[in-house]
Design a protein around this ligand. Structure first.
Ligand code: MN3
Length: 204
């Protein structure tokens, strides 16, 4: 199988001013594209070439001889979701099903946002912060580089890319401002709710 770059679900300038067209242009057109190109080259003519992205990620995680395959495959998956976890005029109200679950787990919506912000700002170097569902329980996690919830049998509900390429052009070193803009103005809560409800149905 040859993987292809998933298109952005909105125009490159649609998230401005919170994420500029320049950032999205480089991030999607150069970084995400490079992961796709690299993975296709790495798995060409190997048994992995016929496998799904999820299978490749699980198969290559934590294997020294497959580190390049893992890094590129997981970053493709991460970015495919990341673009959809944002939308123009995002943030705002959380659909009630997910909102109730967040309040039950984190005491309040602000409690969730604080924990997510702490994870995103304290990830040292490149990586991601996540809201995941595991064994029916919501929790906040952070992962280095391209590691993602699939590696731990968790379902990703929300994720933020905290690699500098995701925010440096717009926020320079101010990662906390980027995380705040993500939560307040970019999150696509409908997509997060869709992932949450799908995971709940599969667990039932
Ligand atoms: Mn990225």
């Amino acid at each position: 199988m040859t993987f292809e770059l998933s298109p952005l679900p909105y125009a490159a300038d649609a998230l401005s001013p919170f994420m500029s067209a320049q950032t999205l242009g480089f991030h999607h057109g150069k970084h995400h594209q490079a992961y796709v190109t690299n993975l296709n080259n790495l798995i060409k003519d190997t048994p992995l070439a016929t496998q799904s992205l999820e299978t490749i990620i699980r198969d290559s995680y934590n294997k020294d001889d497959k580190a390049g395959i893992f890094n590129n495959a997981s970053q493709i998956w991460n970015h495919n979701h990341f673009w959809r976890m944002m939308k123009p005029k995002g943030g705002g109200a959380v659909p009630s099903n997910l909102e109730k679950a967040l309040i039950a787990q984190f005491k309040s919506l602000d409690g969730f946002k604080q924990e997510f912000t702490t994870a995103a700002t304290s990830q040292f170097g490149s990586g991601w912060a996540w809201l995941v569902l595991q064994n029916g329980q919501l929790k906040v996690t952070k992962t280095p580089n391209g590691v993602n919830p699939l590696c731990f049998n968790q379902t990703a509900i929300l994720g933020i890319d905290v690699w500098e390429h995701s925010y440096y052009l717009d926020y320079q070193n101010r990662r906390a401002d980027y995380v705040k803009a993500f939560l307040d103005s970019l999150v696509n809560w409908e997509y997060a709710t869709e992932l949450f409800e799908t995971a709940q149905r599969q667990a039932a």
